[in-house]
Design a protein around this ligand. Structure first.
Ligand code: NAP
Length: 301
């Protein structure tokens, strides 16, 4: 029987673990695959205070080292469901079952597919959702990036250091990304931004050869010769295993104390319905969730 189970080992979960461990709770953190979460795949982070420039991998290694230094118990196990048995929460995993007084859901989000023909077929054969993972395969080649948010623009800039040319295809005539990222993309002589364009289809023989795009203003359809297509059109939260109130995109709804609609289930980080998804906000969520969970557990007893 645990006091607290933290589901997810990204910035939010690891922070919650650090706070819970310092509160001397009996806590375990369960992570399905990668300690550090999605941000560990980011080549450079330039907006986490105290670290003007650090790779996602290095920053998350520091978080993990901090948590393990406090003897936080961490297991690689996927959570399949969270149910309630009176005041007790039952966390079913790929390996078994845990009982706990409280749970913090910090499972983050995964890239959202675009849903165009060729995307599924060529995933892993030229279509990618992770520039740091797959970018190096495109040295001196031509790639297309889809999207206009922070991820798309940041990864286009990263890819421009490897590839010969990067097309950035965005459906509007204004980027959503941070201004500082926009400046980097606009000022790059390797990035060509194709404004008001959408990707219609990815085609090729055994791998990606072409991206077929349409200009939304003129309706003109063009074929780009590319070797890779990187899709960054938003994220889907990983929240299917827990039955709490969610918004229409399945982000978990919580109050400022990180309390969900089910007493004893808290949420933190990118899987929460929140206006800003950053490492710094995930850290704040994780700290708050652990602090409020501690109070909840104390009041049960
Ligand atoms: P996002 O901010 O939701 O941006 C998604 C982009 O994809 C938008 O430009 C959107 O266009 C476009 N898009 C969505 N659906 C599309 C479709 N069907 N066809 C064509 N384009 C489509 O997602 P994100 O960039 O993955 O970022 C997710 C969150 O993480 C955000 O809160 C972001 O700020 C944060 N993040 C921060 C950093 C950082 O370094 N600060 C880095 C990465 C991510 P519209 O603009 O027209 O809607």
């Amino acid at each position: 029987m645990y006091d607290l189970i933290i589901v997810g080992g990204g910035p939010a979960g690891l922070t919650a673990g650090i706070y819970a461990q310092r509160a001397r709770l009996k806590v375990i953190l369960l992570e399905r695959e990668l300690i550090g979460g999605q941000i560990a795949l980011s080549d450079v982070i330039e907006n986490y205070p105290g670290f003007p420039s650090i790779s996602g991998m290095d920053l998350m290694a520091k978080f993990e080292e901090h948590a393990r230094g406090l003897d936080l118990e961490i297991k690689i196990e996927g959570v399949e469901s969270i149910t309630t048995d009176g005041e007790i929460k039952v966390v079913k995993t790929t390996e078994g079952e845990y009982r706990t007084k409280a749970v913090i859901v910090a499972t983050g989000a995964k890239p959202r597919p675009l849903g165009v023909p060729g995307e599924k077929e060529f995933t892993g054969k030229g279509v990618s959702y992770c520039a740091t993972c797959d970018g190096p395969f495109f040295r001196n080649r031509v790639v297309v990036v889809i999207g206009g948010g922070d991820t798309a623009v940041k990864e286009a800039v990263y890819l421009s250091k490897i590839a010969d040319k990067v097309y950035l295809v965005h459906r509007r005539d204004q980027l959503r990304a941070e201004k500082i990222l926009q400046e980097k993309a606009i000022n790059s002589d390797k990035i060509e931004i194709l404004w008001s364009h959408v990707l219609l289809e990815i085609t090729g023989e055994g791998g990606v050869d072409h991206a077929i795009i349409k200009n939304l203003k003129t309706e003109e359809v063009t074929t780009l010769d590319v070797h890779g297509a990187f899709i960054f059109v938003g994220i889907n939260p990983t929240t299917n295993f827990v039955d709490v109130e969610k918004d229409e995109q399945r982000f978990i709804i919580a109050n400022p104390k990180m309390e969900t609609s089910v007493p004893g289930i808290f949420v933190a980080g990118d899987c929460r319905n929140t206006p800003l998804l950053q490492v710094s906000t995930a850290v704040g969520d994780g700290a708050t969730a652990a602090f409020i969970a501690e109070d909840y557990i104390d009041n049960l007893e």
